[in-house]
Design a protein around this ligand. Structure first.
Ligand SMILES: Cc1cc2nc3c(=O)[nH]c(=O)nc-3n(C[C@H](O)[C@H](O)[C@H](O)COP(=O)(O)OP(=O)(O)OC[C@H]3O[C@@H](n4cnc5c(N)ncnc54)[C@H](O)[C@@H]3O)c2cc1C
Ligand code: SF4
Length: 338
């Protein structure tokens, strides 16, 4: 591990001041991703700013009936909060599908948004990786790419975004509050993570020195017809091969609102407004769900080892929408697909 200096910030201003100094700074929260990356020499910050003492650990009501999750709320705290469970069970379920209880106790909301890809080549400093070292090439293209992207990839990078929480936040149309050298701003969830294009080393639209302070959930709740369906290699804990966050509002047996986002298939949580629109006004049945899957996957492209993901994603979309319509969400305790 490369030597680094360390500051424990006691206020947001102190954290921002520390981040404005020279050298490669990184905020550290739960440390469950950053420390692993430092130990592997993938990330080499020269200065760490510990943000765990900042007053960003609460979950609060917003004026319009939504909820604001402080950036330092842990994944466990959010998933077990009675308001989240009652009003946003899709989010509670997605978080519970990720990692292990011990990790969820340490991992924070802000850190989860910024966790980095699990592409094997990204972690292996002996091989080429445009995300780790721009311009060096991509070991996954033509290599072992079973876990890689089928949508939105570029010729420079075919990595997927690993977060479960973010797939639900994309479907719920969350917003992200940040503060930085130029003040505060709000970022729509859809605009936060990037597709790789020709700059795969840039994961998000967060600017240098900006600190995430909160994630806000809008008032719309989708608390009845929802599911987070995660398909993975093993039940205990594993990243998603394909996951689907689905939420429907059904009135008089007609879909009046729909939300759908996919994980494990692209460089960011994959959400297509046109696919959601296809569901509106439809009777929730296999034919309507099939049309949506067809639409989303019409541009899908396998890389060889991961060709199976296209059919897996098609079936996952059908199953997730059926679970959401029937109000029988996937259990994250007994994770078997029923
Ligand atoms: C074995 C294992 C299995 C896992 N399985 C899953 C899984 O199945 N699904 C899943 O979704 N996740 C999984 N995870 C990932 C885990 O959820 C993330 O590591 C965690 O959410 C990161 O949060 P953290 O607080 O520990 O972040 P840290 O490691 O502290 O930080 C991560 C990044 O975020 C930045 N950062 C942190 N907080 C802020 C802030 N407030 N503002 C700006 N930047 C900030 C840091 O600088 C760093 O770049 C797994 C992790 C491990 C180790
Ligand atoms: S897919 Fe992306 S992260 Fe993986 S090796 Fe290629 S450039 Fe690196």
């Amino acid at each position: 591990m490369t030597p680094f200096t360390y500051t424990r910030a006691n206020s947001i201003d102190e954290a921002l001041r520390a981040a404005s100094g020279d050298g490669a700074c990184k905020f550290i929260a739960g440390g469950t991703n950053l420390l692993d990356l430092m130990k592997e020499n993938v990330e080499q910050p020269t200065h760490l700013i510990d943000v765990t003492r900042l007053p960003l650990k609460s979950i609060e009501e917003t004026q319009d009936g939504g909820l604001m999750l402080g950036a330092l709320t842990t994944n466990s705290q959010v998933a077990h909060d009675p308001r989240v469970q009652e009003r946003y069970p899709l989010l509670a379920s997605a978080i519970s599908a990720g990692a292990s209880p011990q990790l969820r106790n340490a991992a924070t909301t802000g850190g989860n948004l910024l966790q980095r890809t699990r592409c094997f080549y990204f972690y292996d400093t002996a091989v080429a990786c445009n995300k780790r070292k721009p311009g060096s090439g991509c070991g996954a293209i033509g290599g072992k790419n079973r876990i890689h992207a089928i949508l939105g990839a570029s010729e420079q990078c075919i990595a997927t975004h690993p977060s479960d929480m973010c797939v639900a936040l994309a479907a719920l149309r969350a917003t992200i509050q940040v503060v930085g050298p130029d003040g505060k701003r709000t970022i729509a969830f859809a605009d936060f993570h990037r597709l790789p294009q020709d700059r795969p080393h840039v994961d998000t639209t967060l600017q240098p020195g900006e600190l995430i302070t909160a994630v806000t959930l809008p008032a719309e709740r989708f608390a009845t017809h929802y599911t987070y369906l995660k398909l993975r290699d093993r039940l205990s804990f594993s990243f998603a091969l394909v996951s689907v966050a689905a939420a429907l509002q059904i009135e008089d047996e007609i879909i009046v609102q729909a939300r759908l986002a996919l994980g494990g298939v692209a460089h960011k949580p994959w959400r297509e407004l046109a696919a959601e629109k296809l569901l509106i006004g439809q009777v929730p049945n296999r034919q309507a769900f099939g049309a949506v899957a067809e639409h989303i996957l019409s541009g899908a492209q396998g890389q060889g080892d991961n060709d199976f993901k296209i059919e897996l994603a098609r079936r996952a979309i059908l199953r997730a929408l059926a679970q959401a319509a029937a109000a029988t969400p996937q259990s994250q305790i007994d994770k078997r697909i029923k």
